[in-house]
Each structure stands twice: as C-alpha cells, then as structure tokens.
Design a protein around this ligand. Structure first.
Ligand code: PEP
Ligand code: MN
Length: 344
C-alpha cells in the first residue's frame, strides 16, 4: 500500500500517520520526492483500515499494491494447486470434464445420462437436487431423493458427483452423498454458506457470481480457504452484460487472468455462459484454448422435456462430438483429457 501525502503535509502529520500504521502492525517507509512525501507501507497491510487514512486531511490518495486476498493469490503459492477428488484431479495437465443434466429429474433419466456422458468422455457427473431457481414457481429439485439417485449413478459408473448446495443447513446432508459441493452463481457471496463448506475437507466448485468482478470471485474463494479447506475449483460461467443475444457473456478473459492471479484450478461452464446449446461446443473449445483446467457442460437425453435449462443442454451425441473437438484443442496446447474416475 502506498499513501500519497498532500503537498502541504507537516512532519507532525507524517509522524501521526506512521504511529497509526504501526498500531496495525505494519511499517512505514517514507520517500521524500521533489514535491511530495510518499509513504510506502509494508507488512500485513490487509489489517490496515484504509478509511481511517482516507479521512485524514493530510492524505491525498491511497494506492493498493497487494491483492485483497491472500491464500487464493499466486504470491501465496507459485505452484498450481491440485484438487483431488478420490482418483480424479483438478489442476493438472489433464482436463476434467463434468457433464450431466441441470437437474436430477428421475432415476431413469439420471442413469441414462450418466452412462451416456461417461461413454463420451466425462469423468464427473453433475445434477442439481436443490435448485436455486429465479422463479419460486419453477421446479425446485428433487431434494434428498435426487441425492440418492446421484449416489446410485455414482455406484453404477464410477463417475464423481458434483451437486449444488444452496444453504448452510444442507451441507451436512449433501456431504454424505456427493464428492464435491457446487456453490452456484447466486450464492457466490452467501458468506455463511462459504464458511460452512470451508469446514469440510471436501472439494468445492465455486461458480462466479452473475455480476462479480474477478477480485470479488477470489475473495469468495478466500472465505473457503480461510478455513484450511484448500480444495477449491473456480468456475467461470458467464457474467451479466448489456448483450441479450446470449443468456450471459462468457468472460473468456477470466481464464488467463485467474490463472495469473491464483494457483487454484479454473474450469468453464459454456452452458450457462451462453444459454444456447448451439454455442456450447465453440465456447468449450475456446475455454481449453485459453487454458482452462476443465469444463462443466449440461447434457440431457431429452432436452425438450427437461425441467430446467433444456435449451442450453447438449444431447449425448452432440456432447460426444464436443469432447472429440475439445480433445483436438487439448492436444494442440499440450494437454490431455482425463480418463480417471473416482476409483483410479
Ligand atoms: C447450474 O449449474 O445449474 C446453475 C444453476 O448454475 P449457475 O449457478 O452458474 O447459474
Ligand atoms: Mn442449469
């Protein structure tokens, strides 16, 4: 942090700022320029209450130098973090493909889709049992029965399971069925929920909020990491913009920016980021070309009958086509598609 003092600052005022900075456990390095005094603040500046200094008449501006997050930052770990989920690993050279329907709708539907996505190359199965729907009248999910179906599909295929948790009270129940918690875009800043999943040594798929900046996204991850649960995988899923041709706008920039700012694995969800099945394949390829560590794709055997997000769901054949094309891109950037399941 750098504090730029006003031109007319007095030695007493500098001494006062220094005393207050030291009160927060940080240190001051004054730099006397030809016109101004600039104070370089070193140490753990995250504890410094910037407002106190902004309010001082002798302070002109404050410039942050360190990122507001700590454990999530690249400075904290130069090496990429690998998030294990039994035999499956996020954050290696192997790209992990998560696929499945938006919602668990029935046992038959889920088992059929599970086998189809496995056949096509996915190693993790998605499906919401508790759905955070925009409308309270829309299908809200099958609840615990849906979790039982997911567990059965896991047993039948060896696919890892990821399912969404929408309130802290559900975390314990869901932990008994799933391999990974999903925190959805609408809950990215649900702090009690972030605290709660942080208390479990289980992987968390954290989706970017609809209007969250990259720093806000990483601060949400920091909540989980601050509990010593370092198993966080970040998921770019599109952001709100003025564009209405697609449901959201894929922030493809977020992939390299996140890879630079954090050591955590980064995956992309082209289904929610576009909202139309026609664009999913192209954006899946773009994500891998941009350096994503994985994909999360909605797949449905009968999209026209889906209880949620049918319009953005790929049919299994189209998903298989997508995986084949993604494989070619992975090859071009020196990566492969993971074939590991929870058993190996
Ligand atoms: C989902 O994955 O089905 C979902 C609700 O996604 P998001 O939270 O990104 O909207
Ligand atoms: Mn969905």
């Amino acid at each position: 942090m750098i504090i730029i003092m006003r031109i007319d600052v007095t030695p007493d005022e500098i001494a006062n700022v220094t005393k207050r900075i030291e009160h927060y456990g940080a240190r001051v390095h004054p730099i006397q320029g030809s016109e101004r005094v600039v104070l370089g603040i070193v140490g753990d500046v995250r504890k410094v209450n910037q407002d106190e200094f902004m309010l001082m008449p002798c302070v002109d501006r404050i410039l942050p130098v360190t990122r507001p997050y700590k454990r999530a930052s690249r400075e904290f770990s130069a090496q990429n973090t690998v998030v294990p989920m039994d035999g499956i690993k996020f954050g290696t050279d192997e790209i992990v493909i998560i696929a499945g329907p938006c919602s668990v709708e029935s046992r038959v539907q889920m088992l059929e889709i599970a086998h189809a996505v496995q056949e096509a190359g996915a190693t993790v199965l998605r499906g919401g049992a508790f759905k955070p729907r925009t409308s309270p009248y829309a299908f809200q999910g099958m609840g615990e029965q849906g979790l039982e179906i997911l567990a059965e599909a896991r047993e039948a295929t060896g696919l890892g399971i990821v399912t969404e948790v929408i309130s802290p009270e559900q975390v314990d129940l869901i932990s008994k069925y799933t391999d990974m918690f999903q925190i959805g875009a609408r809950n990215m800043q649900n702090y009690p929920l972030l605290h709660k999943v942080g208390e479990y040594q289980m992987p968390v798929l954290l989706k970017r909020g609809l209007s969250a900046s990259i720093d806000e996204f990483l601060l949400a991850a920091e909540y989980i990491l601050s509990h010593d649960n370092s198993r966080v995988v970040l998921c770019e899923r599109g952001i709100r913009t003025f564009e209405t041709a697609t449901r959201n706008t894929t922030d493809i920039n977020a992939v390299p920016v996140l890879k630079e700012r954090t050591h955590l694995p980064v995956i992309l969800d082209p289904s929610h980021s576009t909202g139309h099945w026609q664009y999913v394949n192209a954006i899946a390829r773009a994500a891998i070309a941009a350096g994503a560590d994985g994909l999360m794709v909605e797949v449905h055997n009968k999209p026209e009958e889906a209880l949620s997000d049918g319009g953005q769901s790929l049919k299994p054949e189209r998903f298989a086509e997508m995986v084949a094309q993604v494989r070619a891109i992975a090859d071009a950037v020196g990566r492969t598609i993971s074939t590991k399941t929870i058993h190996n």
